[in-house]
Design a protein around this ligand. Structure first.
Ligand code: NAD
Length: 351
């Protein structure tokens, strides 16, 4: 990879590499945009096959955070941290050294918990730096807010498709019943939705069956169900050349990050099948809204107000995509870049 060419094209400000040989830490932090004063983004620990994969991931994810914050009207820029390690080799010393790396940026980068880091790990990192969010003492964790945001996004897409906000009678397939998927099922059940669910863990599907009358299907069957909405709430990359042709739903709207295996190709494929896709980083912004509010002093009312933007932003994106005959991912990117430009312009005018 030609690093400066790539960062110029993607618009990054800084990419920082850090190693502490004593504790086997190799980490990268990418700051895509710090113009609002700080960049926010969680840290993931992953056994990347090569350093280039780690770099590619951190660049893509940090830019995604800038777009996510812009679409959610949250006044922070995007950043991301990756620790290159096998989760089995994770140690407290390694995490503390990472905490010192974050601290060295003096608040320009605020981080939290992502893949392969537990709440306990976040507290270990926090022992070395003040610039960690997501202890959730006040808010009760991001998942319920994320699920509420997904519900709002679903309502916006339903309104766009069928000119109603009512969900009762609709069939929704939820893939993944973790923290977000389980909460989402609760909200959808309250709206009178008929639920179909899958998870690798049979205990989780059993809970949804008992509490929400959900029909349990095998993980491989979830894509091809005759439903109105498919809601991916498990892993990334689930929308790809194999799964997209199977999907019967009219709307795809779920919490999982990076749902499209290939943003361009698969975004286009979904559009050409006439399926409405709610871009993941817009509909799942409840998590960011939660941690941002933790950072500034959590007030539930304020967080819920910000969450309401998800509804109008999804509407705006679907309309833009429809008018311009572009896919919704492209429309989301245009909207995010326009908002970032406006923020920068208004800041410039103030100076
Ligand atoms: P989680 O780890 O609690 O739950 C994921 C669930 O998916 C697990 O129950 C797992 O068994 C299941 N799963 C994994 N592979 C599956 C498969 N092939 N088929 C069916 N089920 C499968 O995660 P979560 O916190 O609920 O988050 C869900 C998704 O939403 C993730 O992609 C996450 O990155 C994204 N997200 C979460 C938040 C949040 O607030 N937690 C915010 C934004 C985005």
């Amino acid at each position: 990879m030609k690093l400066f060419e790539t960062t110029t094209e993607m618009g990054h400000e800084q990419v920082l590499f850090y190693q502490d040989q004593k504790v086997d830490l190799r980490a990268i932090i990418a700051l895509h945009d710090t113009s609002p004063g700080k960049a926010m983004g969680a840290t993931r620990l992953w056994p990347y096959v090569c350093e280039e994969d780690a770099l590619r991931d951190v660049l893509r994810l940090s830019r995604g955070m800038t777009y996510k914050a812009a679409c959610a009207n949250i006044p922070v820029g995007g950043g991301k941290g990756v620790i290159i390690a096998n989760p089995q080799n994770k140690t407290d010393e390694m995490l503390k050294a990472y905490g010192r790396f974050v601290e060295s940026l003096k608040g320009l980068f605020i981080t939290g918990q992502d893949v392969n880091l537990s709440p306990k790990d976040v507290r270990t990192i926090q022992s070395e730096t003040n610039y960690v969010v997501g202890v959730y003492e006040k808010s009760g964790g991001p998942a319920p807010l994320t699920a509420r945001g997904v519900l709002l996004g679903i309502k916006a897409a339903v309104e766009f498709c069928w000119q109603t906000q009512r969900l009762d009678g609709l069939k929704v397939a939820v893939q993944g019943l973790g923290n977000v998927g389980q909460s989402l099922c609760k909200y959808l059940h309250q709206e009178g939705v008929e639920l179909f669910v899958s998870d690798l863990n049979p205990n989780k599907t059993e809970i949804a069956k008992i509490l929400y009358g959900a029909k349990v299907v095998e993980p491989s069957e979830i894509y091809s169900l005759d439903v109105d909405i498919f809601s991916p709430c498990a892993l990334g990359g689930v929308l790809n050349s194999l799964t997209i042709p199977l999907i019967q739903a009219k709307i795809i709207a779920g919490a999982a990050n990076n749902q499209l295996e290939d943003e361009q190709r698969h975004g286009q494929k979904i559009e050409s099948r006439g399926i409405i896709y709610c871009p993941d980083y817009v509909i799942n912004a409840g998590g960011l809204i939660n941690v941002y509010n933790e950072m500034i002093g959590y007030e539930e009312e304020k967080a819920f107000e910000q969450l309401d933007n998800i509804y109008s932003t999804i509407q705006e994106i679907l309309l833009l995509a429809d008018e311009q005959k572009i896919n919704t991912g492209e429309a989301a990117r245009q909207l995010a870049e326009q908002r970032i430009l406006e923020i920068k312009k208004s800041k410039f005018q103030l100076i």
